[in-house]
Design a protein around this ligand. Structure first.
Ligand SMILES: Nc1nc2c(ncn2[C@@H]2O[C@H](COP(=O)(O)OP(=O)(O)O)[C@@H](O)[C@H]2O)c(=O)[nH]1
Ligand SMILES: [Mg+2]
Length: 221
């Protein structure tokens, strides 16, 4: 049974000053509104309505924390970030989300990695790139879930994944030309409805949250 299966809603915040004061690690899920973020969290946690999935875009406007438990012990958090790119919001709201996301991604120490949900049919958009650009300087890993891959055929899936991996290389100059994948910037195909790629995604999140700390962590802790 995955360590993600015992997840419970913990808290919701709308301001970086209100983020939970906790020593526990957290992994954040980011993505455009409607990319399939809440559905991915639900399926990875093996629950139907943990995160609020909706056909109406722009519904998740806050940062939602979900606690991961082992019996009654709280071990870590999954964090559902507000979806971006929803056109029908006013300028002020967009500005607020931008500040919230950039501050959170760049400054949250407990954050150990970002799962970026990207609709496989759309690929990485400008706003997704903005998230990547905010997060890369932290040195923490990014894993992209190319969501809704059930909507593409085999060859389209292959191309979508290749394109994204190529795009990611620009953020990792140390990467050898065209071969292999970066340690820190990875991507995979994913479908919540068809349950494709669950194990691979689960392994990454578990590794970030629960595996031995890096050398840098040991120094700062
Ligand atoms: N076909 C398909 N639809 C999906 C998948 N994941 C999410 N959806 C649908 O996409 C819409 C938005 O999903 P949601 O998880 O609420 O997106 P969020 O706004 O990023 O949290 C909903 O209608 C979901 O049912 C998937 O893997 N395949
Ligand atoms: Mg959502």
């Amino acid at each position: 049974m995955s360590k993600l299966f015992q997840a419970r809603f913990a808290t919701t915040v709308n301001d970086t000053h209100c983020l939970p004061a906790t020593p526990l690690r957290e992994v954040a899920f980011a993505g455009r509104s409607n990319a399939g973020k809440s559905s991915a969290i639900n399926v990875l946690c093996n629950q139907k309505r943990l995160a609020f999935a909706s056909k109406t875009p722009g519904r998740t406007q806050h940062i939602n924390y979900f606690g991961l438990f082992s019996k009654d012990d709280l071990l870590a958090y999954l964090v559902d970030l507000p979806g971006y790119g929803y056109a029908a919001v006013n300028h002020e709201t967009k500005y607020h989300w931008n500040a919230l996301l950039s501050d959170y991604l760049q400054e949250r120490e407990q954050l150990v990695g970002m799962v970026l949900i990207v609709d496989a049919r759309r690929g990485i958009t400008d706003l997704d790139e903005q998230m990547i650009q905010w997060f890369v300087p932290t040195g923490k890993p990014i894993h992209i879930l190319l969501s809704k891959c059930d909507k593409l055929n085999k060859s389209e899936c292959k191309h979508a994944l290749e394109d994204v991996r190529k795009q990611l290389q620009q953020y990792d100059p140390a990467l050898p030309d065209g071969t292999g994948e970066s340690q820190k910037l990875t991507a995979q195909l994913f479908s919540s409805t068809k349950r494709i790629g669950l194990e691979e995604a689960d392994n990454i999140v578990i590794k970030w949250l629960f595996e031995a700390q890096t050398h840098e962590d040991q120094i700062t802790n």
